[in-house]
Design a protein around this ligand. Structure first.
Ligand code: 5GP
Ligand code: ZN
Length: 124
């Protein structure tokens, strides 16, 4: 299978790792969209959250806890951060190996610009 994140997990493609255990790997995103932008992946190939099954329950929990840990190690705990996973075309998923984006280090834009404080036109 020609999966770039499987190759990163195997070590055949290099990455800037920040965390690794038997099940999960975390590394810097190659095109960061925030001052801190890390990716957490299960080493097992799962194409997206939509392809996860009940047998992946523990693996998903491990990935979430790894996201918390790498955020903590990056100093984001107090300022806050975002954990996101994209699923399919409308979400803009380009790598079809489940990954959690861990982003922070600045005030992040709202998920929906219409609801962000910058463009909130509701009367106060
Ligand atoms: P998606 O849009 O699929 O949720 O996000 C895929 C992410 O993987 C993007 O943020 C992209 O910059 C990152 N990415 C793609 N290829 C590589 C790579 O070879 N190495 C690393 N470190 N990140 C990658
Ligand atoms: Zn893969």
């Amino acid at each position: 299978m020609d999966c770039i994140f499987c190759k990163i997990a195997e070590g055949t493609i290099p990455s800037r790792k920040v965390y690794e255990d038997d099940h999960v790997l975390a590394f810097h995103d190659i095109q960061p969209q925030a001052p801190v932008h890390l990716l957490v992946i299960p080493k097992k190939h799962v194409a997206s959250l939509d392809d996860a099954s009940p047998e992946d329950l523990e693996l998903l929990g491990r990935a979430m806890l790894a996201a918390k840990q790498v955020a903590r190690d990056a100093g984001l705990t107090d300022s806050g951060y975002r954990v996101v996973t994209n699923i399919g075309p409308d979400a803009g998923q380009v790598v079809f190996h489940l990954h959690l984006h861990v982003m922070g280090g600045e005030k992040l834009a709202g998920l929906n610009p219409k609801n962000s404080s910058e463009s909130d036109t509701r009367p106060s």
